[in-house]
Design a protein around this ligand. Sequence first.
Ligand SMILES: [Zn+2]
Length: 206
Amino acid sequence: MDFSSKLLENAVNEVSRLPGIGKRTALRLVLHLLKQPQEHTKYLTEALSVLRNEVKTCRKCHNISDTVLCDICANPNRNAEVICVVEDIRDVMAIENTAQFRGVYHVLGGKISPMEGIGPQNLQIESLVEKVKNGEVKELIFALSSTMEGDTTNFYIYKQVAPYEIITSTIARGISVGDELEFADEVTLGRSILNRIPFENSLNRG
Ligand SMILES: [Zn+2]
């Protein structure tokens, strides 16, 4: 791409570093901003830099939070002994939208993926196992997407917590294999949380 302006080129290059944004789309977005009032760009860049500087991760569940303890963990009406294990905040949001779950979450921050060089030590697994060891947990509900990485991660955690007397379950997915949780409709997802099945039963589906 031949730019008549170095300033424009720099902006386009930065925007195009975002996932799913090619150079053409980046150029369109940047030109759009240039046509808007100047405050528009100011609000956008301020929102992003305040987010980057001030956002925290909840010290209990590792979800993205504005406070040391997120609203869900801090809520005394939530059952802290029932923990739903998810990959990231998008899954928390999807499950919260169903209004069917009164427990808390544990956000792993990803899935085990040897292909991408992500091992158990790169995820928030140890702190989860620690909660189980400390007797803080009655039930773990695995709610990772049913991909190979999701299954591997579930099974790894399952093995880690197997020596302890807790219930392990998985959400009964009316959703086809490989579907991401965040795209599931609320009713289906809500139902699958209520109708969760023992984790052992999910292992021999072939
Ligand atoms: Zn939390």
